[in-house]
Design a binder for this molecule. Sequence first.
Ligand code: HEC
Length: 178
Amino acid sequence: MRRMRFRAAAWAVLMVSVAAHGALPAHFADATDKIQVTAGKRIYRQRCASCHGRQLQGQPLWQLQDPFERRRAPAHDASGHTWEHSDEALFHMTKYGRFSDSPRGVRSYMPAFAGSLDDSQILAVIAFIKARWPLGLRVSQSLLNPGYAGMPANARSAEWTFPPTCITSAQRWRAVSR
Ligand code: HEC
């Protein structure tokens, strides 16, 4: 009961902020656009699946903290941390092979697709990835977008839970092991 009330209150705050923000981000991948998602699925199979896995499961042992850490492609499904980035960040990562806020010295093993996929193809593949997430992940990730773009329409009526980790275990680990 208390949880329900908390959720109702959180929802009210959220909706007021959505109204206040309004604007869509510069790059937004619409997971409810079936045509985009279908196009993205094809691109994913051809360009991403070899590393990130056909079922978005990531390369084997991608979570391991060893000398090959960050060389293995992480999962894009609910077991990964792709959902902890905004659409803009995912777009930038796919286009340039690194996050815009990655420290300069950090090497990334993710290829840049700027030369082989155009912006709409990049957004399509991100839309496909997002469309595979359960509702709680979709809600969480949309909170990172300006105007909470991509907030699922049924977020209020359906049952969902937030993902078990709202900060990646890896980030937490780095913070404590410093
Ligand atoms: C050659 C292997 C390879 C291919 C092909 C590849 N990736 Fe990656 N990707 C990686 C690796 C390795 C990382 C981890 C990079 C890091 O942590 O620095 C990564 C990370 C990412 C991330 C960041 C995930 C996160 O939560 O940090 C995104 C988003 C991503 N890839 C999207 C894509 C998309 C979309 C495609 C297809 C268009 C693709 N990748 C194709 C290897 C690949």
